[in-house]
Ligand binder design. Sequence first.
Ligand code: NZQ
Ligand code: ZN
Length: 387
Amino acid sequence: MALQNFEFCNPTRIVFGQETIQKLNGLIPETAKVLIIIGGGSVRKNGTLSEVETALGRREFAVFEGIEANPTFETSMQAVEKIRQESFDFLLGVGGGSVMDATKFITGAVNYKGDAWEIVTNGGSNITSIVPFGFVPTLPATGSEMNCGGVISRKATNDKLSIRNDLLYPLFSILDPTKTYSLPKKQIANGIADAFVHTIEQYLTYPIHAAVPDRFAEGILLTLIEEGPKTLNNPEDYESRANFIWAATMALNGLIGAGVPQDWATHMIGHELTILYGIDHGRTLCILLPSLMQEMRKDKHGKLVQYGRRVWGLQGSDEEKIIDEAIAKTRAFFESLGIKTYLKEYDVDSSAVDKVVEQLRRHHLTALGERGNVTLEVSRRIVEASL
Ligand code: NZQ
Ligand code: ZN
C-alpha cells in the first residue's frame, strides 16, 4: 500500500481575483488575431465580454457565439471552419465548461486532416497540433479551466464522449469571482455537485495510504459542504464564492488524482443520461452517486468509512451504520442544494434502464470503476436503484 507511480505537470497559469480580466493584455501576444468563443449570450449580458474586448485593446478579434450547453460537434465545426477561413491564431473561450470544452475540441480540430469526429472517437489522442488558447471561465464546476479534458456531444448519433490530450491544457485561465455573480441558482447547485463528485471519484475507491491526496480531497469536500450553501444563498458574497471557485478548480486539475486509483463510473453513466434525456451534467451525478455507493459498498468499504468519519464527522464502531449514514448524508447534501436525486423526478421511467445499458455497451464502457468491475450488469443495477 503506497502512492502509485505518477507524473504530474500542470502548465496552466491561473490568474485569480477581482479586476483581473485586464491582465489579458499581458497574456496574449500583441499581434494575435483572436477568436473569442462564447455560449448563448450570458457573458454579453453580465458585462464579461465587453471587459474582455476592452482588454484586447488594438488586437484584431471576432466573436463566435452559440456554443450550447453540452457542446456539440456540429456547432464546434462551424467555429473550426471560421478559424480556417479567417486565420485566427489565438482562441479565447469566455463562458462555462461547455464553452471551454468546445474550445478545446475546436483548437485540436483546426489543423486535423481528415474527419474531425475521429478526434472524439479516439478520445483526443490523435490531436497533434493546436492553436494557442486561454480561458475566462464564468461558471465554477467542471475544472476544464485547468485540465486537459473536454466532453463533446453529437446529436445525430446520441454520443457524448470525452477527449483528453496534454496539448489541451489552456495557457491561462482568468478567474474573477464577480463574473459568476449572474449565475442562476440552479447552475451554482450543479457546479457544487459536479466539483463534489469529481473529488469523490478520485477519492472514494480503496485505501492505499495516499495521505496527501486523501487529505486534499477531504479538504475540498469539506470546503464544498461548508461554503457551498453560503455561496448558493448569497450569490454576491465574494468570500464564499472565491472559496467555491478555487475548490472547483482544484477538484479536477490532476493534483488530487495523482498517484491514486480513480473511479469515473458515475460520470460515464451520467453522460448517457444527459445525451438521452437532457438532464444537466451535475444533476445526473447526484442521481447516480448514492446508488453507486450503495451498490459498491463492499468494494469501497474502507474508503466509505473514512469518508463518513472524516468528512461527515460520523462516530461509533459500527462500520456498516457509518456507511449507511454517509450515503444518506451525501444524498441529503445534494437535495439541500435543490437538486432532485431520483430519475422519476425528471420524468424518466424504467424504460431508461435498457437504454442506458445499451449506450454503455455501444461506447465500450463495460468495465468501469477503480477495479474495472462495474460491468453492464452492475451499471444496470445502479440505474435501477436510481429510478
Ligand atoms: O450559454 P450561456 O448563455 O453562456 O449560458 C450558460 C449555460 O446556459 C450559463 N452560464 C455560464 N456562465 C454564466 C451563465 N449564466 C449566467 N452567468 C454566468 N456567469 O450556464 C449554463 C450552463 O453552462 P455550461 O457551460 O453548460 O455548464 P458547465 O460549466 O456545468 O459545463 C457542463 C459541460 O462540461 C462537461 C459536461 O459534461 C458538460 O458538457 N464536463 C467537462 C469536464 C472537463 N472538461 O473536465 C468534466 C466534467 O465532469 C464535465 O463532464
Ligand atoms: Zn463532472
